[in-house]
Design a protein around this ligand. Sequence first.
Ligand SMILES: Nc1ncnc2c1ncn2[C@@H]1O[C@H](COP(=O)(O)OP(=O)(O)OP(=O)(O)O)[C@@H](O)[C@H]1O
Ligand SMILES: [Mg+2]
Length: 621
Amino acid sequence: MSPHGPRMVGQSGASGLPEPDERLREGLRALKGLGPYLWPRNSVELRVRVVAAVALLITGKIANITIPLLYKRAIDTLGGHSAAAPGIIAVPLAIILAYGAARILSQAFNEWRNAVFAKVSQRAVRQIGLRTFRHIHALSLRFHLERRTGGLARAVERGIAGIEFLLSFLLFNVIPTVFEIVVVCGLLWRLYNWSFAAITLATIIVYVSFTFLITDWRIRFRREMNTRNSEANTKAVDSLLNYETVKYFANEHHEAERYDMALRAYERAAVRSETTLALLNIGQGVIISGGLIGVMLLAADGVAAGNMTVGDFVLVNAYLLQLYTPLNFLGVVYRNIKQSLTDLEQMMSLLEVAPEIEDRNNAPALDVKHGAVAFHHIDFRYDTRRPILRDVDFAIAPGETVAIVGASGAGKSTIARLMFRFYDVAAGAIEIDGQDLRDVTQDSLRRAIGVVPQDTVLFNDTIYYNIAYGRPGASRDEIEAAAHLARIHDFIAALPDGYDTVVGERGLKLSGGEKQRVAIARVILKAPKILIFDEATSALDTKTEREIQASLAEVAAHRTTLVIAHRLSTVVDADQILVLDGGQIVERGHHRELLARGGAYATMWTRQQEAAAREALVTID
Ligand SMILES: Nc1ncnc2c1ncn2[C@@H]1O[C@H](COP(=O)(O)OP(=O)(O)OP(=O)(O)O)[C@@H](O)[C@H]1O
Ligand SMILES: [Mg+2]
């Protein structure tokens, strides 16, 4: 690890945090949360590994501390201080061999310890990552709509990097170094006198305080660098995402200028950061050399006075250098520990967010026998200040189809979302087969309903995967049958890669209508008791739509179905049509009843028929 290394874990995101010190304190609290993972109750093997790692750590340190002692013995022997003439050759040989062995052991135990502990720390990383992932999925839709997904993913990624860093450095670097300092100071005190220990300790204290102080001051440049760096990244990504737009307006030069502006700021901050790093390193060097001079002067004095040997003189020097080596990286380690604690806290605080919608204690699974759906006088609002649904009251008998029509923003999709219990209603109750949605598990509820959403988003995987998502484990035949019903099989079969075609991010490589048909196939495969089609065929041309309508009617037969549609021609056969306006049901009945009433529905119908007739004329021309 080098102090110049630009890409240390976890340091990429100090920017934008309001109160770093406050967060740091929180981070220390979050550190306690790691405890259970380091002493896993359910795994004897991992606990044995922890004990072994600590034992190896201590043994390694002791070997390390004996190195200078053996060195001193060798020098003294060679210098003839314990000058018993016979065996003068044999004795240093043993000491030198012991010296070599101690060096090897010190290093080998260090590595061995890392190897033994790797499984513990990696298991902790995996479990915490998994727990966070599960938790984020458990959080409610509102939380996800309010947070940027990229930000969430980054918080988790950094948190995990932070854990890795903290485990390896705090546990096996900082704490052992403190241990070594204490032991060495004690040794110096016992072997010689307290002034050696005092100078060593004082040097370390000055060194550490100086490093912390300068590092805290330097953090702002680091932070500036990170902010500018992510700014430049955002600009670059945004610009590349808008590739087409950039070309439409021939604005490449403008884009480059904007990018360079961010780069320039980064350059300035980076130069400042490196300049101040040099300052830090020089200061550290001065302090260490000062300490060394002090101790060596004392030792030289002792040698001159005859109460210390040349070996002792070398010993104190060797100890000090050995102690200071790990401190070389203290600035970086300190900054990264701080950063890692902050990142850890951010991730742990995600774990503390309670889901808005939670299952009731011991909630039973939804028991769908017939599939009767009932909305009892529902009031709903996303934001308390703005009512969306008012007194919405309707029922769908088992196996029947109810259609909801109405202007954009009337609240149609909201009704679909409420059936999935993404939100709880403000007043009234939604029931399936007489069971209030709030009394059953969300999992069982969502298994019972299938939806073709208004905006279909696909996974960036193959078409096969996306259809199979409706029922993981379905056979290839079942998947192709569903694709047939959704009128997409022929299209897929004609693709060069067939079912293995990758659909691109969010499914953007498919047209709107193709995506809709994949979504329909997916729901057909799921084959739930209750179906919701939210503008499921809105992106299709009339001919394909008519074909799919036939399949959908087939699928929907004997299933309770809620259809949301703009094109009224697709709902004429519904058992009941609800006209929603401003969150209220203003008309309801069969198609013919509603036409006869001459109300809002009739007006909409006439307008759409006229438009269709005009279109037909244009096509004939
Ligand atoms: N998550 C949300 N937070 C706040 N308001 C929302 C949210 N989702 C929807 N709304 C608002 O609720 C109202 C109803 O939205 P909804 O999606 O149900 O309309 P819709 O009838 O499906 O319209 P469209 O025909 O355009 O799909 C809209 O005015 C919309 O702005
Ligand atoms: Mg909608």
